[in-house]
Design a protein around this ligand. Structure first.
Ligand SMILES: *[C@@H]1O[C@H](CO)[C@@H](O)[C@H](O)[C@H]1NC(C)=O
Ligand SMILES: *[C@@H]1O[C@H](CO)[C@@H](O)[C@H](O)[C@H]1NC(C)=O
Ligand SMILES: *[C@@H]1O[C@H](CO)[C@@H](O)[C@H](O)[C@H]1NC(C)=O
Ligand SMILES: *[C@@H]1O[C@H](CO)[C@@H](O)[C@H](O)[C@H]1NC(C)=O
Ligand SMILES: *[C@@H]1O[C@H](CO)[C@@H](O)[C@H](O)[C@H]1NC(C)=O
Ligand SMILES: *[C@@H]1O[C@H](CO)[C@@H](O)[C@H](O)[C@H]1NC(C)=O
Ligand SMILES: *[C@@H]1O[C@H](CO)[C@@H](O)[C@H](O)[C@H]1NC(C)=O
Ligand SMILES: [Zn+2]
Length: 374
């Protein structure tokens, strides 16, 4: 009896040791030897043949990063379905120190880990810039940059992003784990008949060609990669895009008043309940954009909440019943709660996801009750 128990214990110990060793060598997680602090990101949606939105984009990202160690001979980060055409390393004085040969980049299809080999070790506690130029792809389903349509007399394209939890790497090479927080600044190239919104305030637009403009957005607060978002569309705004607005297809403009009022009251209520008003978290803008067939009901991107059209749009006699309105209130209150619980304060790893959702769920009910919208 005893002997077999011991053998069983040894067997279990052996299995555990193997599992732990395997977990460590599995190598899905980034080491924390190199930390990014700033992403200067440009995404140019290529025009399609008819002048609309094309299905690929050219990206450029300059990542400011630093190590606190003296023996760092490579930088490992994420990418997925991006074709890199240029990789450069600049030192703190912005002098090019390495033009990395594309064929020397190491990539693991399964873990999405991209390793940039360095000729010299990085100097500890000094900023470097890691630059990539690449081509990325718009998808009609799933995650990343997504293309959808709405129909009036003709079809109109809408491009939206969905990057949680591991899809920022489909849009730009990045340290795509929630604890690797940094600031981001986005420039977005788009055809002239479209408009664009992102997490932060639009600070300028420059003309790039006959049919194309580049929108410059303000620097984001320190946040996780999965929080980055943009919407390119012909949407119309109820409210002010630089502060607070609901964006929907122009045909739905008349039916976003209810959501607008709810969101306004909910944000006021949160500002009173928490000692830290929304704007003090680090972003002045809070926008809501509709999505016709967004897979998840909603996404809590910081400053640009994307919600299913069914929730934000209240059509008379069709989606404006009592139950619909209650769902709208709960969803708006839930997504706004994430600005505090998830965005400003963030889980260190996805196994703590319950923290985000637990708080958001609690406040969704608490706040909906408080604002008491009829
Ligand atoms: C970001 O990159 C652009 C060039 O793509 C450059 O003009 C701009 O100064 C950069 N911004 C910062 C804050 O480094
Ligand atoms: C470097 O930074 C990491 C992550 O912040 C930390 O765990 C480690 O102790 C630091 N190492 C040194 C030598 O300061
Ligand atoms: C880097 O190397 C490539 C290939 O040799 C070359 O085409 C490119 O101009 C170089 N870039 C810089 C910034 O030197
Ligand atoms: C490194 O870059 C970050 C972000 O751009 C900046 O806040 C920080 O001051 C820089 N550090 C040094 C030592 O230059
Ligand atoms: C822009 O339009 C002008 C006049 O129609 C034309 O001459 C020029 O080639 C166009 N430029 C580009 C980049 O398409
Ligand atoms: C929108 O908000 C911005 C930023 O607060 C402000 O400067 C601008 O005047 C507002 N626009 C309108 C039309 O109220
Ligand atoms: C929206 O409301 C305005 C004013 O009541 C009305 O003139 C317009 O036709 C409505 N638009 C739609 C698409 O229903
Ligand atoms: Zn949630």
């Amino acid at each position: 009896m005893k002997g077999s128990v011991l053998r069983l214990q040894l067997l279990i110990a052996a299995i555990l040791v193997t599992l732990i060793a395997r977990n460590e060598s599995d190598g899905y997680r980034l080491r924390r030897s190199v930390l990014p602090s700033f992403y200067n990101l440009t995404i140019n949606i290529q025009a399609s043949r008819n002048g609309g939105l094309g299905y690929s984009f050219i990206g450029e990202v300059a990542i400011t990063l630093q190590t606190n160690q003296s023996d760092v001979y490579e930088i490992t980060l994420h990418k997925n379905s991006l074709d890199i055409s240029s990789c450069l390393v600049y030192n703190k004085d912005r002098i090019l120190c390495q033009n990395v040969t594309i064929t020397s980049l190491k990539y693991d299809q399964e873990t999405h880990l991209l390793t940039v080999p360095l000729l010299e070790a990085l100097t500890a506690n000094e900023n470097y810039t890691l630059y990539f130029k690449y081509t990325g792809y718009v998808k009609s389903r799933g995650q990343g940059v997504l293309s959808e349509f709405y129909k009036t007399d003709k079809y109109h394209s809408v491009y939206i992003t969905q990057l949680e939890p591991v899809y920022a790497r489909l849009v730009f090479p990045c340290f795509d784990e929630p604890a690797f927080k940094a600031k981001f600044q986005l420039r977005l190239g788009r055809p002239s008949e479209y408009n664009a919104v992102s997490n932060t305030r639009l600070i300028g637009t420059t003309k790039k060609g006959n049919n194309s403009y580049v929108d410059h957005f303000d620097v984001t607060p320190i946040m996780s990669t999965y929080q980055l978002a943009f919407v390119i569309s012909k949407y119309q705004a109820r409210g002010n895009r630089s502060e607070f607005a609901i964006l929907s297809a122009p045909e739905n403009y008349n039916y976003t008043e209810f959501s607008f009022n709810v969101a306004e009251r909910v944000i006021d209520a949160y500002n009173k309940v928490f000692d830290m008003p929304y704007k003090n978290l680090g972003n002045e803008v809070l926008l809501f954009a509709t999505s016709g067939w967004f897979d998840d009901n909603a996404m809590d991107n910081w400053g640009l909440i994307i919600l299913s059209e069914k929730i934000l749009v209240q059509k008379p006699g069709y989606t404006d019943g009592h139950t619909n309105k209650e769902i709208t209130c709960l969803n708006i209150a839930h997504e706004i709660a994430h600005m505090w619980f998830g965005n400003s304060v963030t889980l260190s790893w996805w196994s703590h996801y319950w923290l985000n959702e637990g708080f958001a769920r609690f406040y969704e009910i608490f706040l909906t009750h408080q604002v008491n919208v009829k």
